[in-house]
Design a protein around this ligand. Structure first.
Ligand code: HEM
Length: 389
C-alpha cells in the first residue's frame, strides 16, 4: 500500500507548482487577503457562508467567473448569472439531469466507449485509464452537442474542451483577446452541430430536448457551452484519481465488488471526491461591504474559495470514518450554483466502475502499473494511469 495522498500531492504540484503550495500555506487561517489574488478562504463553514450569501457575493463582477466566460460564451450561461434569471434557467435545465435522463444520456455512450474494457484487462492487456475516460467524456460532449460519436468526433470534442479549460489561470482574471478569439472559435465548432440539432428538435439529442423543455436557442447553446466547460475536465481528472487513490489505500477491490447505488460505493466515491476536489477553487466577486471570517471586504474585491483546503481539512482519505456534515458535498459547491451536473458526474463514475467490476468478479486484482502527472493543467490530473489485472 502507498500513502494515497503522496500521488495526490504530486498531481497538485505538477498542475500548479507555485500557486498550490502558496494556497496550502494559508490553510490554517479561515480567510486571508493575498495581494493580487484576493481573499482566500480555507475553511468549509466560511466557504458555505460566502456561497449562500448572494446579497454580498456574486459570480458576476470583477474577478468572478463572468470575467472569464462572458466574453466567450455570452452573458447568460448559468455560471455567469445570478438571481431570478439564473434560477429560472436552472429550473428549465433540471429536466436534463433527472435519474432517467442521465441514464439515457450515459448508457449508450458508456456502452460504446467502455464495452470491452474488462475483457482487455482480463486478457492480460495494460489499459491507460486516462485515455478510456477521455473517450467517455468526449462521447458525452458529442451527445450534448448532437454530434455523431465517430472516433474522430469524440477525440476532437474532448481536445476542444481541454483546450478551452486549459486557457484559464487562477492568477489571471481574464482571458487575453487572442485566447477569447480561440475559445470562441473552438466553442463555435461545437456549437454548430448543437444549433442544427436544436433546430431539428430531435429529442434524442440534448439540444433537441432543451428545445422541448422550453429553452430558447441562445439559452440552449449557452448551456451546452457551460456543460462542456464544467463537465469534461472534472470527470477526466476525477475518475482516474478515484481508481488510483482507492488502489493506493487498498480499497479498490472492495470498491469494484460493490454495486452502483450501494451505500459503501457512494461513501468511497464521496471520500475520494473530498480529498481530490476535482474543482479545486471557486471564485466570487464582492457586491457590497461585508466581512469574511473577520476579514473586511468591499465591492469589487475577489474571494477565492480554496475548496481543496476546505475539504482536505477533514483529514486523510478514510472511507470508514463518518462523513463530516460541514464539508459534505462542498466539492460540488453550495447554494444556488451547486453543481447542476452532479447526477451526470456520478453516472459517469458508476459507468467506469461497472465496466471494471468484471475484473473483481473474475477473482482478479486491478493494479496500477505505471502513472504520470499532467503538468501545467488547470485541474490536477493524471496524464497517464496504466492499470492491469
Ligand atoms: C466530479 C465532477 C464534478 C465536480 C467536482 C464539479 C464541481 C462543481 C462545482 C464546485 C460547481 C460550483 C462552482 C461555483 O459555485 O462557483 C459546479 C457547477 C456546475 N457544474 Fe459541476 N462538477 C462536476 C461535474 C459536472 C458535470 C459532469 C457537469 C455536466 C453538465 C457539470 C455541470 C455544472 C454546471 C452547469 C455548473 C454551474 C451551475 C450554476 O452556475 O448554476 N459539472 N460544479
Amino acid at each position: 500500500m502507498t500513502d494515497p495522498l503522496v500521488w495526490e500531492e504530486r498531481l497538485q504540484r505538477a498542475a500548479h507548482p507555485v500557486v498550490y503550495p502558496a494556497i496550502r500555506s494559508l490553510r490554517r487561517r479561515p480567510a486571508v487577503r493575498v495581494p493580487g489574488l484576493g481573499v482566500v478562504v480555507s475553511d468549509a463553514a466560511t466557504a458555505r457562508a460566502v456561497l449562500l450569501d448572494t446579497e454580498h457575493f456574486s459570480k458576476v463582477g470583477p474577478g468572478a467567473p463572468s470575467d472569464l466566460w462572458t466574453p466567450v460564451l455570452g452573458p447568460a450561461v448559468l455560471l455567469n448569472m445570478e438571481g431570478a434569471e439564473h434560477a429560472s434557467l436552472r429550473r428549465a435545465l433540471s429536466g436534463l439531469f433527472t435519474p432517467r435522463a442521465v441514464r439515457e444520456l450515459t448508457a449508450p455512450v458508456a456502452g460504446a466507449a467502455l464495452h470491452d474494457l474488462s475483457a482487455r484487462l482480463l486478457a492480460g492487456r495494460r489499459v491507460d485509464l486516462v485515455a478510456e475516460v477521455s473517450e467517455l467524456a468526449g462521447a458525452v460532449i458529442c451527445r450534448m452537442t448532437g454530434l455523431p460519436p465517430t472516433d474522430a468526433a469524440v477525440r476532437g470534442a474532448f481536445r476542444a474542451a481541454q483546450e478551452i479549460v486549459g486557457l484559464v489561470r487562477l492568477h489571471r482574471r481574464r482571458l487575453t483577446p487572442a485566447q477569447v478569439r480561440r475559445a470562441r472559435q473552438v466553442l463555435g465548432d461545437l456549437g454548430r452541430p448543437a444549433r442544427t440539432a436544436y433546430r431539428a428538435g430531435d429529442e434524442a439529442t440534448v439540444p433537441g430536448r432543451m428545445r422541448a423543455l422550453g429553452l430558447s436557442e441562445r439559452e440552449a447553446l449557452g448551456a451546452v457551452g457551460a456543460f462542456v466547460l464544467t463537465g469534461t475536465e472534472t470527470i477526466q481528472s476525477f475518475v482516474p484519481r478515484l481508481v488510483a487513490i482507492t488502489h493506493d489505500a487498498g480499497h479498490l477491490g472492495s470498491l469494484l465488488g460493490t454495486p452502483a447505488g450501494a451505500l459503501e460505493r457512494t461513501r468511497v466515491v464521496e471520500e475520494a471526491l473530498r480529498v481530490t476536489v476535482p474543482s479545486p477553487a471557486m471564485l466570487r466577486s464582492v457586491r457590497a461591504s461585508a466581512t469574511v471570517a473577520g476579514v473586511p471586504v468591499r465591492a469589487g474585491d475577489r474571494v477565492v474559495i480554496a475548496t481543496v483546503s476546505c475539504c482536505r481539512a477533514g483529514g486523510r482519505f478514510d472511507p470508514s470514518a463518518p462523513a463530516d456534515p460541514a464539508i459534505r458535498h462542498l466539492w460540488f459547491g453550495a447554494g444556488p450554483h451547486f453543481c447542476l451536473g452532479m447526477p451526470l458526474a456520478m453516472a459517469q463514475v458508476d459507468a467506469v466502475l461497472d465496466a471494471l467490476a468484471p475484473v473483481a468478479s473474475a477473482g482478479r486484482t486491478l493494479r496500477v502499473v505505471d502513472r504520470a502527472a499532467a503538468r501545467g493543467v488547470l485541474i490536477p490530473s493524471y496524464r497517464r494511469l496504466g492499470v492491469a489485472a
